[in-house]
Design a protein. Structure first.
Length: 212
């Protein structure tokens, strides 16, 4: 009996495989054309087209941003910024230079990188302040407020602060947490907490009319 040895390897593609590949290519071409049409309508101010475009592309866009930032909150915020830019810049899209998907994801990647640089710069600035400014200055400002005003008035004054300043001050001075504990609870650098508390106290003092 003669046996024919067949080398290991992938089976040669048949007509069905070629048809599947051709179908996939056709689907991609159709999708690209539909997205380009939607973007042209967006450029004319069509809000319904913008909603359809967002639904069709936002998951992929969010994924691009998240892979750079690794933060759900930052990724969601940057994704919204991207689509704000899409709405404003839709008329500038040139189909001859690439697909709508490529245009949006390039925009998303650029904005994600910008956010990384911005956050890095902010953290560095806050950490520099934390090293340069002793905590005694913050405590001195708080004493100047608390010695002159009752707690109820201070609590009302807190309403004039930004949410992040109010949160940090409430934890530190009404919750009894140290600045390090506040930083741990809020999951932000210690320098950022010190900056929020300092700015919040200064604003609170000015709002309540307390002199230094």
């Amino acid at each position: 009996m003669n046996l024919r040895v067949v080398a290991d390897g992938p089976e040669p593609s048949g007509p069905s495989d070629d048809a599947a590949a051709a179908s996939a290519r056709a689907d991609r071409v159709q999708e690209a054309a539909e997205l380009a049409d939607l973007l042209r309508r967006v450029a004319r101010g069509d809000a319904d087209a913008f909603a359809l475009l967002y639904d069709a592309t936002s998951t992929r866009t969010y994924g691009v941003v998240w892979r750079v930032l690794r933060s759900a909150d930052h990724a969601a915020e940057v994704t919204q910024e991207v689509y704000t830019e899409v709405w404003r810049q839709a008329a500038r899209f040139e189909e001859s230079k690439g697909s709508v998907t490529a245009w949006i994801t390039t925009m998303a990647h650029r904005r994600a990188i910008d956010r990384v640089r911005s956050v890095t710069s902010e953290v560095a600035r806050d950490e520099h302040y934390a090293r340069a400014e002793p905590g005694r200055e913050i405590d001195h400002v708080w004493e100047g407020v608390s010695e002159r005003l009752d707690a109820d008035r201070v609590r009302k004054g807190l309403e004039s602060l930004t949410p992040i300043q109010r949160e940090a001050l409430t934890l530190a001075y009404f919750g009894g947490y140290t600045q390090s504990q506040v930083a741990e609870r809020l999951k932000v650098p210690l320098g950022t907490v010190k900056t929020r508390i300092r700015d919040g106290l200064i604003s609170l003092r000015n709002t309540l009319g307390v002199e230094s």
